[in-house]
Design a protein around this ligand. Structure first.
Ligand SMILES: Nc1ncnc2c1ncn2[C@@H]1O[C@H](COP(=O)(O)OP(=O)(O)OP(=O)(O)O)[C@@H](O)[C@H]1O
Ligand SMILES: [Mg+2]
Length: 252
């Protein structure tokens, strides 16, 4: 399974993606949780302590091609090797790999950014699952950092702005390389909220996650909701999402 969580800023991508990755890893699969957002998010929802870990500079080498400076993983280092070596092992055995957090002026991050992209180009194969948390917005998910995805999972709140974002993302996704786009209704308060998300986006509704104050509490404590409220409504709903997407994936 290779799934990327997309959606409007604040829709709940990181909260759900981190929980999803751990639930999947707890079933015994090898899971890479990929955080492509330079702002922190997934480390917290996974409950990983090393929130700044990224690729070290020496994993990436510069070279020149037709007079231009370019970057590649150092000789002998593959994408899988980079995940095995540099991903942080988190709870439930999840491998957390992220674009290193911004550390100074823009060009200080160039090596890491290109290195991260090279890893995305060469992710581990069939026996690994990939769960990605993408930054809000439309450009990065489809043009660069979401290209590994077989499924784009749009997280949408039942608000006009979130639904409009979901429709735009869905249009962009079909023109990209991803074969499939599904939607998850988040922060729903009534069954009608979820129906509205399905109707207004026109996407397959994979599931719904209720509005859950425990998530806000977990955020304030800097804890994963899976550790804070393991049997609560969010985790229960995410378990259903994992089951639904696993069934969907097998059916294809
Ligand atoms: N089901 C929910 N019930 C209540 N609050 C929620 C729910 N899902 C997410 N939230 C809250 O919404 C806020 C945004 O969530 P999160 O950071 O996961 O969104 P995001 O889409 O990753 O945002 P960003 O675009 O900034 O990366 C957080 O305060 C989180 O606790
Ligand atoms: Mg986020």
């Amino acid at each position: 399974m290779r799934v990327a969580f997309v959606g409007k800023g604040g829709a709940g991508k990181s909260s759900l993606a981190g929980t999803f990755a751990r639930v999947l890893a707890a079933t015994g699969r090898r899971v890479v949780a990929l955080d492509s957002d330079p702002m922190p998010g997934m480390a917290f929802s996974l409950g990983v302590a090393q929130i700044d870990a990224g690729l070290p500079d020496d994993a990436v080498e510069e070279f020149e091609e037709t007079g231009r400076r370019r970057y590649r993983l150092r000789e002998g280092l593959t994408g899988t090797g980079a995940i095995e070596r540099y991903a942080v092992r988190g709870p439930d055995g999840v491998h957390f790999f992220q674009l290193g957090k911004a550390r100074g002026a823009r060009w200080d991050n160039t090596r890491q950014h290109f290195g991260f992209q090279r890893v995305l180009d060469d992710l581990p194969g069939e026996d690994w699952s990939v769960v990605g948390d993408l930054p809000g917005g439309t450009r990065q998910p489809f043009l660069t950092w979401g290209r590994y995805a077989e499924t784009f999972l749009v997280v949408a709140e039942p608000t006009p702005a979130s639904l409009l974002t979901a429709r735009r993302l869905a249009r962009l996704a079909v023109t990209g390389s991803a074969p499939r786009v599904v939607v998850v209704a988040n922060k729903v308060r009534t069954p009608r909220d979820a129906e509205e998300v399905a109707e207004r986006t026109g996407l397959l509704l994979l599931g719904a996650v209720p509005f859950d104050p425990a998530l806000d509490e977990a955020d304030r404590l800097g804890r994963a909701v899976l550790d804070h409220d393991p049997t609560g409504p969010t985790v229960t709903a995410v378990r259903s999402l994992v089951a639904a997407l696993s069934t969907e994936t097998r059916a294809r």
